[in-house]
Design a protein around this ligand. Structure first.
Ligand SMILES: Cc1ncc(COP(=O)(O)O)c(C=O)c1O
Length: 512
């Protein structure tokens, strides 16, 4: 029978030997070479045949048992399990039974067909293939993600809590994690009581929950003229009428806010630090003006500090909106400064709204993974986040500098941008009326992905541009990306000049 198993071990392989044995037996079962009911050789004999340790084979059999591939019967041996039974098809649902097409077009909600979602879908259709430099991914490249430290924390959680780590967690999030988040926020000058912190599945869910708590379909919700596309998506999905407020690099235009001729808005979503997509940071004067406006008009503010702690230069950011007013919803995340896959974010709620948000969150997903919250709490307690930032921020800074140097080298003359001092994005304004989607398409053809301003635009006019993320690619790829982008921009500009020349050529009239 051993020949049926046909096992060949590769000790140099990264896969442990016990797993190699298990995988090859599973392959035999899948092929049908090892039929249900077949008895596997005793562990000692198989170990001798494979010239390996008996414990290795015992462990392989434990793996197979855990996966349901084999069953052990005490005193008799280990047998290949029966194949799982599949429920027979019910005759009543025969394929030829008359069935009306479902009227999906009528059934779909307005939210599902909202314009921002359609925009995103349109721009992400035809994905790029091959050797592409991706300047769109808002996350650090894998070499900057601390997987070793996270594994250590997960191991510790399993050692300490065992299966107790695997249940649902408290509705509001683990108290230990909320206390650590509060401590961290206080250190950054953001007043936060752990009782008002709700742990969410990414900060995206935080924004969604706020929208669900405040918006009835048709209500107005304000944002900056150019803002995070994910916020536009969730606001549209809530049925809000999103109105963009014009502004500049310093923040929203306070006079424009005052002159808004709108029914009362349900909220204003803002990103005071390292705004996505422009990378700019709102001045203190604008923050104070915004808070005063909110208090005068009874419109709550949502402060998204997704890039917290990503300071590339030493200056701390101006005072947080939440520090100016405790009725501000302060949204944060561990995705950008740590690990996106944790999917852990949080909202510091106005006290009056905490219970509402907790209930909505519970209704939505019954809680954020308790296992990952435990691991994150361990990570924070060990000081790993501090160590991680100390080692990654210089890399972000170097990548920003590399991208800027490459843009200076490869872009056609006439392009200017503002150096980002925080966060992970650089905003490249497009001069001379260049169409951002045409640049996006041409750049994709050249092998570099960029994000056009169309994705971030609201009703308010704002200058066209493209967003370039500098932390997801190493310096040599940033250089290559800038070179390709330079070629794309030259193409688009050449086409533009040709079209302008054609417009200016004397009109010809065809006489017939
Ligand atoms: C401004 C901003 N807010 C929130 C998010 C959501 O991130 P997450 O759900 O991973 O916390 C993002 C993601 O890119 C973002 O750019």
């Amino acid at each position: 029978m051993v020949h049926l198993l046909d096992i060949a071990l590769s000790p140099g392989d990264e896969t442990p030997l016990y797993r190699q044995i298990a995988e090859q037996i599973i392959a035999g079962i899948r092929r049908g070479a090892l039929a249900p009911g077949l008895r596997l050789p005793p562990t000692r004999r198989l170990a001798d045949t494979l010239a390996t340790n008996r414990n290795t084979v015992v462990r392989a059999f434990e793996e197979l048992t855990a996966g349901g591939w084999v069953t052990s019967v005490v005193g008799r041996g280990t047998f290949v399990s029966d194949a799982p039974t599949v429920a027979p098809l019910v005759d009543g649902l025969a394929a030829d039974a008359p069935r009306a097409e479902l009227p999906w077009a009528m059934l779909l909600s307005r939210a599902a067909e909202s314009e921002p979602l359609a925009r995103l879908e349109r721009l992400s259709r035809s994905p790029a293939h091959g050797d592409v430099v991706n300047l769109t991914r808002m996350q650090p490249s894998p070499d900057l993600l601390p997987h070793v430290e996270l594994k250590r924390c997960l191991d510790h959680v399993f050692r300490t809590y065992g299966a107790d780590a695997l249940g649902y967690g408290p509705r509001q999030g683990l108290p230990r994690l909320r206390a650590l988040i509060a401590e961290d926020l206080e250190r950054n000058g953001v007043p936060a009581d752990p009782d008002d912190i709700l742990v969410t599945t990414g900060s995206q869910q935080g924004i969604d929950l706020i929208a669900r708590a405040l918006v009835n379909p048709g209500d107005t919700f304000l944002t900056e003229a150019r803002t995070y596309s994910g916020a536009l998506n969730v606001l549209a999905a809530s049925g809000a009428r999103v109105v963009g407020v014009p502004g500049d690099d310093d923040g929203p235009d306070l006079a424009a806010l005052d002159s808004l001729d709108r029914p009362r808005a349900k909220g204003f979503y803002a990103m005071p630090n390292s705004r996505n997509p422009t990378g700019t940071t709102m001045t203190l004067a604008r923050r104070e003006g915004l808070v005063a406006w909110s208090q005068r008009n009874g419109v709550p503010l949502v402060e998204d500090d997704y890039g917290a702690d990503l300071a590339l230069d030493d200056a701390p950011p101006p005072t947080a909106l939440r520090a100016l007013d405790k009725n501000v919803f302060h949204v944060g995340t561990f995705s950008k400064k740590l690990i996106p896959a944790l999917r852990v974010g949080f909202v510091v709620c106005p006290s009056a709204l905490t219970t509402t948000l907790v209930s909505l969150k519970h209704a939505m997903d019954l809680g954020t993974s308790a296992l990952l919250q435990l691991a994150l709490a361990e990570f924070l307690e060990r000081g790993y986040l501090r160590g991680h930032l100390r080692s990654t921020l210089p890399v972000y800074r170097a990548r920003r500098d590399a991208l800027e140097a490459a843009l200076r080298r490869w872009l056609p003359a006439g392009f200017r941008w503002r150096q980002p001092t925080r966060g992970m994005v650089l905003w490249l304004p497009l001069p001379g009326g260049l169409d951002p989607e045409e640049v996006f398409e041409e750049a994709k053809r050249e092998g570099v992905l960029v994000s056009p301003s169309t994705l971030y635009s609201t009703s308010a006019p704002a200058q066209a541009g493209i967003r370039l993320v500098y932390c997801a690619e190493p310096p040599e790829r940033l250089e290559e990306g800038a070179r390709r982008l330079g070629r794309a921009l030259e193409q688009v500009m050449r086409r533009r000049r040709a079209a302008a020349d054609a417009d200016e050529s004397p009109m010809t009239v065809d006489l017939v």
